[in-house]
Write a protein that binds this ligand. Structure first.
Ligand code: UD1
Length: 427
């Protein structure tokens, strides 16, 4: 399998274009199942997770055409000839569960394998299922599959009050509610920009939705939805990741397409750490010119808090900071798997339950390290940019799930990074 080799070589300078959001695209694509009219998504990222969702939708009978080298996706679900999302596809990606709501809403029945995905904690789907039950669906868990049936006449609008904030469950409920009979109110809804993007796309398709971006979303069900063209919102996690590149090894990088409102809590922490972020006509410019980064404490929270998907990358930065930082992970209980790998590079980190204490050091050293999940893998690349000598990252297939052209983008700002094809050792 492929490896990525990084050699720390000082400050970075230039521009990095930010791609459309993986997590938005993965929830927008299943919206095709709600209509027999074509849905066109522009600004789509070219990633293996998107190919997995494409394969899943095709297995259900949707047609998916990829244009402009994958940046435009045209999806059409004239007839769904299969209502079973098979384990072989679903196990690769947890977001596969997002086909359940639309199929149930449109055709009244669906069978979906329980999902897999990144190994970052238990990650159940009980909240998704409770939402459908509230809308009148009958659910049966058999042989690792959820067998779901809507009541005669289709799903019914309901009040869905989530006990904890879940991005995926909010998305699934929102998708399903667009075609339910009557009004659905989602309380304690997730407020992530990807939810706002989904609501905007569904509205373009004819849905009646109010309150996205707040914790109460109200949906008036409609009989049918039509086609639409929708641009996928900027990937705030890719944005934050590349903002950390000049933060960790110095220099100045402009992230094209970046917006402060997508990463406000993250920018506050960068500011505390002594990193400059300025808005430009084309995006966000990040620079670190003098001195070491300062230690900061970070707590991950649902949006608008600090995103869990930037915790690993932030830890890489704080490994090089002056002083001691504490990172608290409140979303996923098992999300410090990058810590032992960073320690191999000379970082000083103690993990106790949901807390990681990072004692900054002025020097990281290159080492052979292994990616354990998507965000962990890119945190090792960031650390490698700041380390002395060579860092070899294996298991980079995790990276391909969520980062388009990472080598090309970092090379474009002067990083010494390459991808070696087909290395089998240690895999
Ligand atoms: C989404 C993102 C992921 C991000 C996460 C949190 C996608 C494709 N993935 O994942 O990158 O890290 O939001 O911002 O958009 N939970 C339950 N029961 C459920 C659902 C969730 O207990 O039915 C728990 C989870 O275990 C977790 C918390 O709720 O502790 C939040 O998870 P959730 O927001 O649902 O994450 P995902 O939608 O899976």
């Amino acid at each position: 399998m492929d490896q990525i080799i990084v050699r720390g070589n000082g400050p970075l300078k230039g521009e990095i274009p930010i791609t459309g959001a993986k997590n938005a695209c993965l929830t927008l694509m299943p919206a095709t199942l709600l209509t027999d009219q074509p849905l066109t998504l522009t600004n789509a990222p070219r990633l293996s997770d998107i190919r997995t969702m494409t394969a899943l939708l095709q297995s259900l009978g949707a047609e998916v055409a990829s244009l402009q080298e994958g940046q435009v996706l045209t999806l059409s679900s004239h007839d769904l000839n299969n209502h079973t999302a098979d384990y072989e596809i679903v196990r690769k990606m947890r977001a596969s569960i997002l086909v359940l709501g639309p199929m149930l809403a449109r055709d009244g029945h669906a069978i979906v394998s329980l999902p897999g995905g990144c190994a970052i904690g238990a990650r159940p789907v009980d909240l998704h299922l409770k939402a459908f039950e509230a809308m009148g669906a009958q659910l049966d868990l058999r042989d690792g599959y959820v067998h779901a049936k809507a009541p005669a006449g289709g799903l019914k609008g309901a009040v869905i009050d989530f006990p904890i904030v879940s991005v995926g469950a909010t998305e699934n409920a929102l998708l399903a509610a667009t075609l339910a009979r009557g009004t659905t109110v989602i309380k304690n809804a997730a407020r992530e920009p990807e939810i706002v993007d989904l609501a905007q796309c569904l509205r373009r398709m004819g849905a009646h939705i109010d309150g996205e971006g707040t914790s109460t979303i109200t949906i008036e069900g409609v009989q049918t939805l039509g086609g639409a063209t929708h641009p996928v919102v900027t990937d705030r996690i890719e944005l934050g990741t590349y903002m950390l590149a000049p933060a960790i090894c110095g220099g100045e990088v402009e992230c094209l397409g970046g917006r402060i409102d997508l990463v406000a809590a993250f920018c506050e922490k960068l500011d505390e750490a002594g990193i400059d972020v300025t808005e430009t006509d084309r995006g966000l410019k990040v620079s670190r010119k003098n001195g070491r980064v300062r230690a900061v404490d970070v707590v991950t929270e649902p949006f608008p808090g600090f995103p869990t998907d930037l915790q690993a990358q932030m830890m890489a930065l704080l490994c090089t900071a002056e002083g001691t930082s504490v990172l608290e992970e409140k979303i996923f209980e098992n999300r410090f798997m990058h810590a032992p790998e960073l320690i191999r590079m000379g970082a000083r980190i103690d993990v106790h339950g949901g807390h990681a204490t990072v004692h900054g050091t002025s020097k990281l050293r290159g080492a052979r390290v292994m990616a354990t999940d998507l965000r962990a893998s890119v945190s090792l690349i960031l650390a490698g940019l700041a380390a002395e000598g060579e860092t070899v990252v294996s298991r980079v297939y995790h990276l391909d799930r969520g980062y388009e052209k990472v080598v090309r983008k970092l090379r474009g700002v002067g990083a010494d990074i390459e991808r070696i094809k087909g290395v089998t050792a240690d895999e």
